[in-house]
Ligand binder design. Sequence first.
Ligand SMILES: COc1cc(/C=C/C(=O)SCCNC(=O)CCNC(=O)[C@H](O)C(C)(C)COP(=O)(O)OP(=O)(O)OC[C@H]2O[C@@H](n3cnc4c(N)ncnc43)[C@H](O)[C@@H]2OP(=O)(O)O)ccc1O
Ligand SMILES: O=C(O)CCC(=O)C(=O)O
Ligand SMILES: [Fe+2]
Length: 359
Amino acid sequence: MAPTLADPFNDSSAIIDFVINQGNGVKGLSELGLKALPKQYIQPLEERMCMTNIVPQGSIPIIDMSNWEDPNVAKSICDAASEWGFFQIVNHDVPVEVLENVKDATYNFFRLPAEVKNKYSKEHSSSNNVRFGTSFTPQVEKALEWKDYLSLFYVSEEDASALWPSVCREQVLDYMKKSEVVIKQLLQVLMKGLNVNEIDEAKESLLMGSMRTNLNYYPKCPNPELTVGVGRHSDVSTLTILLQDEIGGLFVRGNEGDDWIHVPPIKGSFVINVGDALQIMSNGRYRSVEHRVVANGSKNRISVPIFVNPRPADMIGPLPELVANDEKPIYKQVLYSDYVKHFFRKAHDGKKTAEFAEL
Ligand SMILES: COc1cc(/C=C/C(=O)SCCNC(=O)CCNC(=O)[C@H](O)C(C)(C)COP(=O)(O)OP(=O)(O)OC[C@H]2O[C@@H](n3cnc4c(N)ncnc43)[C@H](O)[C@@H]2OP(=O)(O)O)ccc1O
Ligand SMILES: O=C(O)CCC(=O)C(=O)O
Ligand SMILES: [Fe+2]
């Protein structure tokens, strides 16, 4: 029987069963109208966002991509990637309509009944390329995160037609396809900033040979101050291109102490961040920076990141062009899928994943 407000979950396993096994997610919990956050979601004090650590006037760079080849624009992109690891881009040529369509498609997927979404869960999905889930790695997390997601790994149009949910398939494919131009522009500029002037086929495949789009849903939360939407982590991608809605809640680690900087929503923009794979390939010149998402007490929020990655079978390490000139490598060569598996098999733990590749 479905739990009600008057008849809340009587034991710990009932809540896990409702959220994870039945596929209701935290969206299902939120819609029950619970008055208090279930204890499984209460984060330790040190993982909750503390208002005193938010830099009030802090902001990551905002870069206009209309003249992306201009050396000044190129310099601001490379500087932002080295100093902040994060920036926002405007005037990037991906039509606003494509962005609105993928946001609508995200809502349409999460509006589906739990039993339909649950067909895409780890336990029921016929393929690892499609995954509906909640939190990050619930099996190993001491406290759960207040987020549901659908993760879509792109292999081919045929694979997507056969496996991706029809309610969002075309919109996500269009979003990925139309974003490729700006992804290539950013990678070209970032490589030039490392004196890698030609991106041949092999290098393009190493930088962007596989892509994954996640549809993230953060429902409104009864006690947002006690939990997190996403805990502190850096992405394992080369680059992440993130579309967020108008609600806000993404914070980036600042350059000093425990400072956190809010990333304000800008209509039509993308938030760009360097991932661990690019930090490793650039031998630490570009930085993958910790970020986190807070929960919201009054509104639902969505975001749609495209993770641009090496292929699972690629070996990643400092690019040969960088270490050829006596620069000391700080990372070893690692198999990218081993790196990603290491990330997915533990709870979010800030910047610790990169230690896997340190020399
Ligand atoms: C969900 O909340 C998130 C997600 C993120 C993501 C940030 C990123 O940067 S995603 C970019 C990751 N890169 C890639 O996907 C490209 C390369 N892909 C691969 O190397 C492989 O496809 C693979 C991801 C390693 C999966 O390979 P496979 O052979 O199928 O390996 P498995 O053994 O099935 O999986 C390993 C391990 O990972 C878990 N897992 C797999 N896919 C996902 C997924 N999409 N979401 C969550 N977890 C996933 C899987 O369950 C396995 O764990 P076990 O415990 O079962 O062994 C950032 C922040 C967030 O909050
Ligand atoms: O929702 C957001 O703003 C960021 C989500 C995120 O960091 C991720 O999915 O890796
Ligand atoms: Fe992230």
